[in-house]
Ligand binder design. Structure first.
Ligand code: FE2
Length: 196
């Protein structure tokens, strides 16, 4: 990434639209947790960066819950028994509106299946989930069956989705210091949007 180079008008527009969405909805509580949507996004991206993952995975972590910011169902919709299918909505929106590539959008689309996968293959995982995450799991279909586990392993970007899932689960620390949103938005550039 070269954050110092001048972004094209198209890249600037994507960054400012995303900044606008976070400015409008990022202060909402992250459903049932004690951090805001913006805090959660920044912490997830910070964890990806701390593990030296590529920009595509850092941006994926930043935007993994953008689907929660695109609807008016309320930040407590899971508590009201509604699955907002934010993983599908967020990935579809990032593709349709901004032509993000699969290396960014597929881990996002798969981060809920990754939770169902981990519940099936990691005996201690379910107990470590927050109560809100356990509640949404039941709305999302519960742990995968053996067949679903096998199919998930064969799905492109499933390993990136599992990494994203782990950051998602950890990115709920009240008061955690993170880089600002602009730091991560600067990673959205031509090379990210047009990977070789
Ligand atoms: Fe999340």
């Amino acid at each position: 990434m070269d954050a110092s180079s001048e972004p094209t008008p198209a890249i600037s527009s994507i960054r400012s639209q995303l900044a606008h969405i976070f400015a409008q909805h990022g202060g909402d509580l992250y459903g049932g947790e004690s951090v805001t949507q913006l805090d959660h996004a920044l912490q997830a991206a910070q964890l990806a960066q701390q593990q030296d993952r590529p920009a595509s995975e850092i941006v994926s972590a930043l935007l993994h819950d953008v689907g929660h910011l695109l609807h008016d169902l309320g930040d407590d919709c899971a508590q009201r028994g509604i699955d907002d299918t934010h993983e599908e909505a967020g990935a579809a929106w990032l593709i349709a509106e901004h032509a993000f590539p699969p290396c960014v959008t597929e881990p996002i689309r798969l981060h809920v299946p990754a939770k169902r996968f981990l519940c099936a293959v990691d005996a201690g995982y379910h107990a470590e989930l927050s109560p809100a995450s356990q509640l949404s799991l039941s709305l999302q279909g519960g742990p995968f069956t053996e067949l679903e586990v096998a199919a998930f392993r064969e799905t492109p970007y499933s390993e990136a989705a599992v990494r994203l899932r782990r950051w998602d689960d950890l990115a709920k620390v009240p008061g955690q210091d993170t880089p600002p949103l602009e730091h991560f938005l600067a990673m959205i550039d031509s090379s990210l949007l047009n990977p070789q």
